[in-house]
Design a protein around this ligand. Structure first.
Ligand code: EPU
Length: 415
């Protein structure tokens, strides 16, 4: 039988919790290792399912791993294993490095969280802009560059896309000439990736702003990744502390990456002490409702929307949650209603929460990573016992989450 979490809620938490390295940075660094034939050292990778899937894909291509160093000097193929790629969306970021270094890549439409349509048109269009031709055979796409070389060009993203920006930035690193990306995503993980690539000899400027300029180079050398604190994990733990009215310290975080969340929490009445690399949450007397709208960075992160929605079930008044990035990321609110919340879905992008409402334990199901962690928060603040099924989805993004929460005094068991 698949694993479950059994949670007895209603307890206050106490102590400190250390934030790990960012999933959405680590996955791209692993993909970027394809751009060089030299060894790349990646210490402290988060031990999560998505990282395991990315390693499996790289090994299937012919990459070698020795402890925390891996080597893509000799790959035996350039087509992504369909079965593995189908399990997580980030598999698509491998396409840019493979196309850039070997002139060819075949890949399926990637799987992952069911958050709505999640098209890949931007990847296809941006590869074409760098001179690649694209064919589709059944469900498999093949991109081929002329004479095994991509050609630098200007590409304006019609929609801001995180993995789209990262994939094209990696592809352009080995292209001939200069590439300019406009309307690029500005997430800190993109800046982190550019810093890593520059340390291998790439010439990238502007990452972290909407315009990124890449001067193509012939080859990259080896190097190492210094890591990056996971802002989504940090934000989730801070919300957990506020929602359970606890006194906890969230360590090894970058509060600067969480400005939009921290401002909203303070507006809602949370008591926070914000340090250089930590946030202390203290019990608050009364929480009041606030409205949020998810946006690209530096706006309110869609990946923190579900935990924040759980928090708003405990705030006084009416909150409007507007999810602008995905059209399928609010359906878990139905589960919160089964636990006692009063949430009305206005349309697939908006819910209205009438709080505060006491939540009670329930047998529930985790549909994706972020909804899954939000349900853990809901179960921890609810009275009584909850069982959460399909926790593979939570393990995709959070390293040993049960043990780390138990260290804060949470009553959570993995069965
Ligand atoms: N989009 C298109 N065409 C494309 C690609 C994207 O229309 O070719 C649209 C999407 O449908 C969406 C919007 O663009 O409406 C933005 O999506 P984006 O491409 O930025 O998302 P992503 O790159 O697939 C990354 C993270 C997500 C995070 C989003 C938004 C990774 C591996 N994933 O996804 O993280 O929610 O950016 O910040 O970096 C998660 O970790 O749980 C997660 C889903």
């Amino acid at each position: 039988m698949a694993e479950q979490f059994v949670i007895n809620g209603g307890k206050k938490l106490e102590g400190k919790i250390i934030v790990g390295n960012a999933k959405n940075a680590a996955l791209k660094i692993l993909a970027a290792s394809i751009l060089t034939s030299k060894p790349v050292k990646v210490a402290n990778l988060p031990q999560i399912e998505d990282v395991s899937r990315m390693k499996e894909l790289l090994i299937d291509l012919g990459a070698k791993f020795y402890s925390d160093t891996f080597n893509c000097s000799r790959l035996r193929k350039t087509d992504l294993n369909y079965k593995i790629a189908d399990r997580f969306r980030a598999s698509i970021v491998l396409t840019g490095p493979l196309l850039a270094r070997f002139g060819k890549v075949s890949f399926p439409h990637p799987g992952g969280c069911t958050l709505g349509k999640r098209p890949i048109d931007l990847f296809i269009e941006s590869f074409k802009a760098l001179g690649a031709s694209i064919k589709k055979n059944g469900s498999i796409f093949t991109a081929i560059s002329q004479n095994k070389k991509l050609i630098g060009n200007k590409f304006i993203f019609p929609t801001v896309s995180v993995t789209g920006t990262e994939t094209l930035m990696m592809a352009a690193t080995l292209a001939e000439g200069k590439t300019v990306l406009k309307n690029a995503a500005c997430e800190p993980e993109i800046e982190n990736l550019a810093t890593f690539l520059n340390s291998l000899g790439a010439k990238i400027s502007g990452a972290g702003t909407p315009m990124i300029i890449i001067e193509g180079v012939k080859s990259l050398k080896g190097g190492k990744w210094g890591g990056m604190s996971d802002r989504i994990e940090a934000g989730t733990f801070i919300i957990l502390g506020v929602a359970t009215n606890s006194h906890i310290k969230v360590e090894n975080c970058e509060p600067d990456h969480l400005d939009a969340l921290l401002a909203m929490l303070q507006k809602a009445g949370a008591k926070l002490e914000i340090g250089k690399n930590y946030v202390i949450v203290k019990p608050a007397k009364r929480l009041k409702s606030v409205d949020i709208t998810t946006r690209e960075y530096p706006g309110f992160a869609t990946d923190l929307q579900a935990p924040f929605t759980v928090l708003m079930t405990q705030a006084n008044g009416i909150s409007l949650i507007h999810e602008t990035i995905y059209e399928g990321r609010l359906f878990y609110t139905d589960i919160l209603n089964q636990m006692g919340a009063d949430i009305i879905m206005a349309d697939p992008h908006r819910v209205i929460i009438n709080g505060p409402k006491p939540l009670h334990g329930k047998k529930i199901y985790s549909s994706d990573i972020r909804a899954g962690i939000a349900l853990i928060i809901a179960a921890l603040l609810a009275k009584g016992q909850s069982t959460i099924d399909n926790i593979y989805q939570i393990d995709r993004g959070y390293d040993k989450i049960d043990a780390r929460l138990r260290a804060l005094g949470a009553d959570i068991k993995r069965l």
